[in-house]
Design a protein around this ligand. Structure first.
Ligand code: 5GP
Ligand code: ZN
Length: 112
């Protein structure tokens, strides 16, 4: 049994506010937005985090970046946005299915 929250969202077992979907990935708005625009893009294949990406699965990551670029234009945020993926609890990862946060619409500040 797969107890992964994001696998359940992909399967439609848990509702989500969908932005985009294709054969390889699924995009939906974050339930707790940290910026005026905040959505997540996830591969349909279950990978726990970016640390699990291999040469075999790497193409889906490139595909996700192409989808993000397309969605950014469509959503009117192409002038500036941030893409973030947290790996592990120390980095703040709470859902263990690879996901890319896309944040925009306010001054995002710099990392330190
Ligand atoms: P992480 O902290 O793992 O990098 O990010 C997980 C993100 O998933 C958080 O920003 C959190 O708000 C979001 N999230 C958690 N559960 C749900 C849910 O059921 N639906 C949606 N749309 N987002 C969720
Ligand atoms: Zn999953």
């Amino acid at each position: 049994m797969n107890d992964c929250l994001f696998c359940k969202i992909i399967a439609g077992e848990i509702p989500s506010n969908k932005v985009y979907e294709d054969d390889l990935c699924y995009a939906f708005y974050d339930i707790n937005p940290l910026a005026p625009t905040h959505f997540l893009v996830i591969p349909k294949v279950h990978l726990a985090s970016a640390a699990e990406v291999t040469e075999e699965t790497a193409p889906v990551v490139g595909h996700i970046y192409a989808v993000i670029a397309k969605l950014a234009k469509e959503l009117g945020i192409a002038e500036g946005y941030r893409v973030v993926t947290n790996v592990g609890a120390l980095a703040g990862q709470t859902v263990h299915h690879l996901h890319f946060h896309v944040l925009s619409g306010k001054e995002l500040g710099s990392f330190n």
